[in-house]
Design a protein around this ligand. Structure first.
Ligand code: SF4
Length: 115
């Protein structure tokens, strides 16, 4: 992601501890690709247990992503249904991703799973 603010900073901040993570989250707050980054991080981690999550993705730490993953399960089903409805209407994957604040990859994955 060319717009990633972290591309011009110390990468260790995103994998550090305590104060470093707080600094990373503050930098993420101003990043234009934050929603896509958080989504990408969640996709990479999938259903991994908390112990296998680390670092900051889209301004979220491992604890936050673990909590959101648990809370998002029913929402994810609704989102997937929405993706399929939009795709059936002929909306392009790029437009679907932009409307729902997710990545093109998520749209493709949901469509492939439903096929
Ligand atoms: S939101 Fe993602 S891409 Fe943006 S600064 Fe944070 S970690 Fe980097």
């Amino acid at each position: 992601m060319a717009e990633a603010v972290c591309a011009t900073t110390d990468p260790e901040l995103w994998h550090g501890m305590g104060g470093e993570l707080t600094k990373a989250k503050k930098i993420c707050a101003a990043c234009p690709v934050r929603p896509q980054c958080e989504e990408y991080g969640r996709e990479l981690e999938g259903d991994a247990s908390h112990g296998y999550r680390h670092g900051v993705w889209g301004g979220t730490d491992a604890k936050t992503r673990t909590r959101r993953r648990k809370q998002a399960r029913p929402v994810k089903a609704d989102r997937d249904a929405q993706i399929l409805r939009l795709a059936e209407r002929g909306v392009s994957p790029k437009e679907i991703a932009a409307q729902l604040g997710i990545t093109d990859r998520t749209v493709s994955r949901v469509k492939q799973r439903a096929a």
